[in-house]
Design a protein around this ligand. Structure first.
Ligand code: ADP
Length: 201
C-alpha cells in the first residue's frame, strides 16, 4: 500500500510558520553549505552558528554526524544513495526552516542535480546555496579527518574528487574561497550574506 490515499493533511489546523517566526524573532532559512571534504563546511557552520546564537538566533546544524549515523544510516555512496541522502536532508531542513529555524547543512553535495534537488525540495525562497570552495590538493593537504590519506591507500570507496566526481557550481548564491580567507573572514562573509535574510520583517 502506498499510503498516499491515507494521508490527511492537517496544515489548516496546525500553528503557522509566521507565528513561530514571530515567537523566535527571526526568519527560517536553509543555508546549504557544500564542497569537498575538508573544504571548511563544518568549521564555518559551527562558527556561524555560535555567532548567531550569541546574537539570539535559534539555529540547527545538519551534518554527517547527525544524519548519516541516524536517519540515513541505510544509505551508501552510490549515485542513487547520494540522491536519496540529499533528498531526505532537504526534506528535514525544510521542516526546520518552516518552524522558523536558521538551518545550516554541511554536506559535500557533489553534483549539480543534487543541489537543484535540494533547492526544489526546500523551495527557492528559503534556500541559500553556498559553495565552500577549496581545491582537491588543498583539502588533501589539510586532511582534517585523515580521509585523503586513507583514500590514497584505497581505503575509502567512491571518494569524492578521486573516484567520484565533484561538479563545480555555475552560479551559487555565495562562494567562499577558503584557500584565500581565514576562518574568521570566511564566517564574516557568510554572516554578511545571510543576516538580512534571517532578520524579522
Ligand atoms: P568539511 O566540513 O568541509 O569536511 P572541515 O570544516 O571539517 O571541512 O575542515 C576544514 C579544515 O580547513 C579545518 O581544519 C579548518 O581549520 C581549515 N581551514 C583553513 N582555512 C579555512 C577557512 N577559511 N574556512 C574554513 N576552514 C578552513
Amino acid at each position: 500500500m502506498s499510503g498516499g490515499d491515507n494521508i490527511h493533511p492537517v496544515f489548516d489546523r496546525m500553528l503557522g510558520r509566521q507565528v513561530k517566526e514571530a515567537r523566535l524573532g527571526q526568519r527560517g532559512i536553509v543555508i546549504w553549505l557544500y564542497g569537498l571534504s575538508g573544504s571548511g563546511k563544518s568549521t564555518i557552520a559551527i562558527a556561524l552558528e555560535r555567532r548567531l546564537a550569541d546574537e539570539g538566533f535559534f539555529t540547527q546544524i545538519l551534518d554527517g554526524d547527525n544524519i548519516r549515523s541516524g536517519l540515513n544510516r541505510n544509505l551508501g555512496f552510490s549515485d542513487e544513495d547520494r540522491t536519496e541522502n540529499i533528498r531526505r536532508i532537504a526534506e528535514v531542513a525544510k521542516l526546520f526552516a518552516q518552524a522558523g529555524v536558521v538551518t545550516l547543512t554541511s554536506f559535500i553535495t557533489p553534483r549539480r542535480d543534487l543541489r537543484e534537488l535540494a533547492r526544489e525540495v526546500v523551495g527557492a525562497e528559503d534556500f541559500c546555496e553556498v559553495y565552500v570552495e577549496a581545491s582537491f590538493a588543498a583539502c588533501a593537504e589539510r586532511d582534517p579527518k585523515g580521509l585523503y590519506a586513507k583514500a590514497a591507500g584505497g581505503g575509502v570507496s567512491q571518494f569524492t574528487g578521486k573516484d567520484s566526481a565533484f561538479e563545480e557550481p555555475e552560479a551559487p548564491d555565495l562562494r567562499i574561497p577558503t584557500e584565500h580567507l581565514s576562518v574568521e573572514d570566511a564566517v564574516e562573509l557568510l554572516y554578511q550574506h545571510v543576516i538580512r535574510r534571517i532578520q524579522p520583517n
